[in-house]
Design a protein around this ligand. Sequence first.
Ligand code: MEV
Length: 438
Amino acid sequence: MHNIISGFSKLSKSEKIDWLLATYFTNQDSAKTLVQQYWNSDDKLQKLHDEFIENTITNYYLPLGVAPNFLINDTLYAIPMAIEESSVVAAASKAAKFWLERGGFKAEVISTEKIGQVHFIYEGDTSKLEAFFREVKPKLIKDTASITKNMERRGGGILDIELRNKTEDLPNYYQLHATFETLDAMGANFINSCLEQFATSFKTEALQFKDFNEDERNITIVMSILSNYVPECLVRAEVSCNIEDLKSKDIPNPQEFAKKFKQAVSIAEIEPYRAVTHNKGIMNGIDAVVLATGNDFRAVEAGVHAYAAKDGKYSSLTHCSIDNGVFKFWIEIPLALGTVGGLTSLHPLVKFAMEMLQKPNAKDLMQIVAVAGLAQNFGAVKSLTTTGIQEGHMKMHLMNILNQFEATLVEKNKLVEHFKTHTVTHSAVVDAIEALRK
Ligand code: MEV
């Protein structure tokens, strides 16, 4: 228990590091060197990153890669991806090139509505609460005027507020269920500020509502928070071509390929164990772009997986059809993304990513992200149903294994050449390194 510390956040950065090193590290000098090696040499830039969160001690790098040649609605994009998994960017680039030669990706935003809720407890007559809500609703909206002014000027704002009775699920539990249009902002701060104002006005007005008795007047606000489940903030992306046009170096028999590919997607539609892994592959593409563009990948993950289970059973986010000789593959997902505010206007690499994407608005970004997910899934299912996943995966992983063994440049070149004609497995790489070093 001697490791308990109070007031840690008030220490300076170097005091925090010194305390950590003294408390948990045996080789303090090398740990300190490591921490400092990851500091940016530009003090101002480092300070910017330090101040994103509390108790920053250093930076944690992820590679920022690029998958070029994405043709989306007839515009060509190079897509930025922040991810550590070795095969993801390669697979995305390969899928982009494949579909570039077959008309590219088509994407459309279906809806853009966000949701927030005030959760409260009311002990009393429901019809009186309904009457109170009808009376107070215009005031709830009016009281948020200073928060909504700018958003409304741009064409967004509060769409509606509903009273929802949830007492069948939990005694005395009701909600103010509000919907919002937040345009190019992800909208979390805007929504949460509106909700907290609704809660304050709702509680205050209830105290004065003449038809309530003493108990009814005392509404308990439990919490006010946006929902990351946004089934009405939907985007769809699709690829399609004649089955014969699927023919390529990797697909010698397009009829057989299309049939097996569709079977693989059907399995993910009905089998949750497969659906989770299938969707994980989709999220490889989605999270990487969401992260590179400074958006909240945890929010996206939570919302997307809830959507995958919307019909009561966890299922695939992508679908495939074969009709009249045409192969079609598509995704439909909820994505609450922003291209203004938050990290998007702060992190220099996010600004760089946005410029690379030709300064998208939120709808453009929804389409790009959905396409990245679809492309990733196409690449994974194509590999799984043809060569198997390990061939490409291990090829990309080869460099990681060589780095683990601190291979020199000469050794790397020799071994990369060797594994062009040999199967990469961990033990095969170890054997080859040992043989080379003998
Ligand atoms: C690995 O990160 C992702 C895959 O497992 C996805 C899939 O199985 O579809 C290859």
